[in-house]
Design a protein around this ligand. Structure first.
Ligand code: 3EB
Length: 340
């Protein structure tokens, strides 16, 4: 995970360790109300999401070995290397109080500002997006809020002439806890990534209409080839085979199925690269748990799997289908030349 020059990811518990990485940090997401690290000019995404294990604070730190430059475009705070840009943006629904769907208005605004930033800064390729919105499963204005989010995301991308199927970023979309704002952070690049689909799953952008009139615009994974590194961004992954949720009411079964899906994506990424760059035990995992009482069962299942020794953080979040109890995202960073 630590090739000089290329992209790096670290999950840190201590703000001092974030500051110690200094000018090489691209951007940071904090969870659980962790205090902001004392480092000026860093894009910071503060996500309202309780941590279920380990320390009280959590910092997701994206950095590189290259010098970085900070900037702001509208409400997007960003930092970039000339090759990779990290951005974050926060908007509160109360800004659109009284409109027909404040969440749709917020989502449209967020994505318009993101697309405008990518155009202005000349980073055309959205690689990876994290979307955190409160009350994701709640119905309002005639539909589930996740559907409202999907509709607005799709329209905003289209209005900027961007793809909504095929060349769409890897992503996660989770329900944050409480009444906080909508928080989105992302990585974008100057070179096109390779998008990866899961042979076990229908592409999310081809989900049938029973899951919503506008399908979710994300790829199952994305591969970024840098001179030093190959990065694999695996989207939020759940117990979905084909387009159906499996193991309803069985958190152990859902965890096992989710791992099968991640294994399939790892195999697919290695096949596309014609090399075994990635393996289950060298990815870093972020596990989203709907009900804290399921944590033990999920941990047991992961402890007896191929990722038993991998880095793993656990957060409490709502998953975008009501029946899904767990969702897992993962990131792998491997040296560009396969080690002998
Ligand atoms: C799924 O496979 C689970 O809407 O951006 C996972 C990752 C999910 C990203 C998104 C949704 C999104 O459909 C949900």
């Amino acid at each position: 995970m630590h090739e000089p020059g290329g992209l790096r990811l670290a999950y840190l518990a201590d703000a001092a360790d974030v500051a110690a990485q200094g000018a090489n940090v691209l951007g940071v997401a904090t969870f659980n109300g962790s205090p902001a690290p004392v480092a000026g000019g860093l894009p910071l995404a503060a996500v309202h999401m309780p941590l279920l294990t380990g320390s009280q604070n959590l910092y997701e730190v994206w950095s590189t070995g290259r010098p970085c430059t900070s900037g702001q475009c509208g409400r997007v705070h960003f930092r970039h290397t000339g090759q990779i840009l990290f951005g974050s943006i926060v908007i509160t629904e109360s800004e659109f109080d009284g409109s027909d769907s404040p969440l749709q208005r917020v989502t449209a605004q967020l994505y318009r500002e993101i697309c405008a930033t990518l155009e202005a800064e000349k980073y055309p390729h959205l690689l990876r997006v994290w979307n955190y919105l409160p009350h994701i499963n709640r119905d309002s204005h005639g539909t589930e809020r996740y559907q409202q989010f999907n509709t607005a995301r799709q329209h905003a991308l289209q209005s900027f002439g961007r793809a909504v199927i095929g060349s769409v970023p890897a992503a996660s979309a989770l329900g944050s806890v409480g009444d906080g704002p909508v928080v989105v952070y992302f990585l974008a690049g100057r070179t096109a990534p390779i998008f990866v689909e899961n042979p076990r799953q229908v592409s999310a952008y081809h989900y049938p209409p029973e899951y919503g009139t506008h399908s979710p615009a994300f790829s199952r994974a994305a591969l970024l080839c840098e001179p030093e590194n190959i990065a694999l961004f695996i989207s939020g992954t759940a117990s979905i085979v084909g387009h159906r949720s499996l193991h309803v009411g069985d958190v152990t079964g859902q965890t096992r199925e989710t791992l099968r899906n991640i294994e399939a994506l790892v195999a697919e990424a290695n096949r596309l690269q014609r090399a075994a760059h990635f393996s289950m035990d060298t990815l870093a995992y972020k596990v989203y748990v709907r009900q804290p009482q399921d944590l033990g069962a999920i941990r047991n299942e992961l402890a007896s799997s191929a990722c038993a020794r991998a880095q793993m953080i656990y957060l409490q979040a709502d998953v975008c289908r009501q029946e899904l109890l767990v969702e897992i995202e993962a990131t792998g960073i491997a040296p560009a030349a396969p080690v002998a």
